[in-house]
Design a protein around this ligand. Structure first.
Ligand code: FNR
Length: 399
């Protein structure tokens, strides 16, 4: 039995065929605490299961005998043509899954011609990523700090780099209850513990190639966008004590950022038509309909279920992006059919990066592109614009 599993793993390493294969490989390579931080949900993980169930329950119709010899998977988002309707989602500490993980992810995005969204809690600064992943279209994700002047500085820096698109994440008013991480000891700041030490020893490939390289080159990893005077390593609690994210975050803050940011402003984490309407009124250029990949509020509705009513309410007046749970090209098609203009991808490309850096992330994007192409062919749609709500199978009650 063990030999069988081993043989299977060797085969996977030779040729991972899908995102689930990459997830398996990432699980093997990463320390358990870190893998669970990326992979799992919160509380009872009802939200996480719900996302998969809702996507699986969404069926697309097959339309026969259309010319789908060359489906066109491209689209335009904020005036820029993308070969696939995908943006790499902001994910905190992506730099820990692989040495310089953020740079690798950004390069993979660039080589595919899609944008990479730098996170406020990135371990590599936006300037470094811009320098080392030249040519990649960078977006920036904002978590508002308690000290609003720090937030303003980040916007000035993003603008100076030519970043045009800002995601304002509003769905994380508290640190979510990640019980898996409370049990396995992983958290930021990373607290040294016997269990954590053993976890690292059990994953020598990661420990040596990531942690040791950071320690030898730049010192203990840290949050690059936190101001230098507070920028101690992520193993030290002082980062959190000194630089707090805003405890009180309101629509006034969103309006204030709108005044300060002359590029495209996108509110991330929208799940109701009324919040979408409010964002629109305050001058948002777009929204991300998102349940944060099941990582925040365990009893939140899923993004795919929330999307149709929001799309109806928005009625084409701003760009609608969506995310959560995308593991197949058909998941992308389902979001597009349900009303999204494009999607964000979080974990899928992190699994790829954790397995093989830039190459792994690029491979995952290529797999998703190919699966989307297949899905369009099977559904009989030659252009992404043709993927509309008409394509969603509606179960009619038995007469
Ligand atoms: C995230 N996400 C996230 N979102 C955000 O706005 N700011 C952040 O700092 C983070 N950090 C973060 C870390 C990790 C490890 C993950 C997996 C995710 C949420 C992310 O942008 C996105 O909304 C979800 O990940 C989408 O779901 P999938 O694609 O991961 O299923």
């Amino acid at each position: 039995q063990r030999r069988e599993v081993h043989r299977h793993d060797r085969y996977l390493r030779m040729k991972p065929l899908n995102v689930a294969d990459y997830r398996r490989l990432a699980k093997k390579r990463l320390p358990r605490g870190m893998f669970e931080y990326i992979d799992r949900g919160t509380e009872d993980e009802v939200g996480l299961r719900g996302i998969r169930n809702a996507l699986d329950a969404t069926k697309l119709c097959q339309n026969l005998l259309n010319d789908v010899s060359q489906p066109d998977t491209s689209t335009t988002v904020f005036g820029k043509k993308l070969p696939i309707p995908v943006i790499i989602s902001p994910t905190a500490v992506a730099g820990l899954v692989w040495h310089d993980g953020e740079v690798h992810l950004a390069r993979a995005a660039g080589s595919m011609g899609i944008p990479f969204c730098v996170a406020t809690q990135s371990m590599t600064s936006m300037e470094d990523i811009a320098e080392r992943a030249k040519g990649t279209d960078l977006w920036f994700q904002l978590y508002v700090f308690e000290d609003r002047s720090l937030t303003r500085d980040l916007l000035v820096r993003a603008k100076a780099l030519g970043i045009r698109n800002l995601l304002f994440t509003a769905d994380t008013p508290r640190s979510p209850k990640k019980e898996w991480n409370m049990r396995n000891g992983f958290g930021i700041p990373i607290k040294p513990s016997v269990a954590g030490g053993l976890d690292l020893l059990a994953h020598p490939r990661w420990s040596f190639s990531v942690m040791l390289r950071y320690i030898l080159t730049t010192g203990m990893p840290t949050y690059a966008h936190y101001p230098p005077e507070y920028r101690t390593s992520i193993t030290r609690a002082s980062v959190w004590d000194n630089v707090k994210l805003a405890r009180k975050l309101t629509w006034d803050d969103f309006a204030e950022v709108r005044r300060q940011w002359d590029g495209n402003l996108v509110l991330k984490g929208v799940l109701t038509p009324s919040d979408a309407g409010r964002a629109l009124k305050l001058g948002a250029d777009g929204i991300v309909v998102s349940c944060h990949g099941g990582r925040n509020m365990d009893c939140a509705p899923t993004a795919i279920d929330a999307l149709p009513r929001i799309a109806d309410a928005v009625d084409g007046r701003m760009t609608i992006l969506a995310d959560s749970g995308i593991r197949r090209g058909s998941d992308i098609a389902k979001y597009i059919a349900t009303g999204a203009d494009a999607v964000l991808i979080g974990r899928a490309t992190l699994y790829g990066t954790a397995t093989a850096g830039e190459k792994g992330a690029r491979d995952v994007l290529e797999i998703l592109r190919e699966e989307l192409d297949h899905c369009m062919a099977f559904t009989g749609q030659a252009r992404l614009d043709d993927i509309t709500a008409d394509l969603i199978w509606k179960q009619t009650p038995a007469v």
